[in-house]
Write a protein that binds this ligand. Structure first.
Ligand code: C5P
Length: 261
């Protein structure tokens, strides 16, 4: 089997060391299409990124990507794709044509599937004449407890599973991973300084946790090795969303200088 890395072009659309703090913040647009569009308009120019998950994408289709690009966002399409390599290559090719910035895949699909995703985005982007989206892998869903993991045959502790899968993403040439802050130091060590490491469950100091059980502040996330933060409800349910985003960006700015990145 060929494992050539020809898709790993050097064009860094996403710079994990970007200095504009807005480009470290990914706002999760977890609502219906009308809500998501309204939030995105309200936050225009404030946050650098929007994250469109399955609920939104399956409602609107790919047109949401173009709408968000028109508003000036970097676009993260979070579909966590997982299928046979042939399907994933096709799915990634379709996503690669959209001119978006980031997609997610499941590391549990294995190395051939992840390599297929990398080939697919490169082909799609080339056909459409756009930059290829970066690809990040979800290792183990944080919703999966030990009992559930063992029931589907995953051996070892959660940390061991995540470590094994993180190494696999590196071998497959994937651009980074999504992980909790607990896993981020290990991931950064394995993946090196260029990798994209995205951490959800971030809450500004002194705010509500919601249903997130393992939350962290922006400062703690960057100190643990994250390059980008996903924040949803602390912004989207705030009475003044722009102000909420602004406060988080200020916190990001202070955190980045305190950890020296
Ligand atoms: O509203 P909140 O800030 O909790 O939203 C977090 C976002 O990050 C949601 O879109 C959620 O699906 C996503 N996410 C998460 N935990 C993970 C992976 C993704 O909360 N382990």
């Amino acid at each position: 089997m060929s494992h050539s890395n020809t898709w790993s072009d050097k064009t860094q659309v996403i710079d994990p060391t970007a200095t504009d703090p807005k480009d470290r913040l990914m706002v999760a647009l977890d609502g219906n299409a009308d809500e998501a569009r309204a939030w995105a308009r309200e936050l225009q120019g404030q946050a650098g990124w929007v994250k469109c998950g399955m609920t939104l994408f399956y409602q609107t289709g790919p047109e949401i990507a173009a709408e968000m690009k028109d508003l000036g966002y970097k676009v993260f399409i979070d579909l966590k794709i997982h299928d046979i390599p042939h399907q994933i290559e096709g799915a990634a090719r379709s996503l690669g044509r959209l001119g978006i910035d980031l997609i997610t895949i499941h590391a549990l699909g294995g190395r051939p599937m992840m390599e297929a995703a990398m080939r697919g985005v490169a082909q799609g982007a080339q056909e459409a004449g756009v930059e290829r989206p970066r690809v990040v892998a979800v290792t183990i869903l944080t919703s999966m407890d030990a009992q559930t993991a063992h029931s589907i045959g995953l051996e070892g502790t959660a940390a061991q599973q995540v470590e094994r899968l993180t190494r696999l993403t590196k071998e497959a040439g994937v651009d980074g991973i999504v992980c909790s802050a607990q896993e981020a130091p290990m991931a950064r060590e394995i993946l090196g300084p260029e990798a994209i490491i995205i951490t959800p469950g971030v809450r500004p100091a002194g705010s509500e946790a919601g249903d997130q059980t393992r939350i962290l502040t922006p400062a703690a996330a960057f100190a643990s090795g994250a390059s980008h933060l996903v924040v949803g409800r602390p912004i989207t349910t705030a009475p003044d969303k722009k102000l909420a985003a602004y406060a988080i960006i200020e916190e990001i700015e202070a955190s980045l200088s305190s950890v020296g990145i």
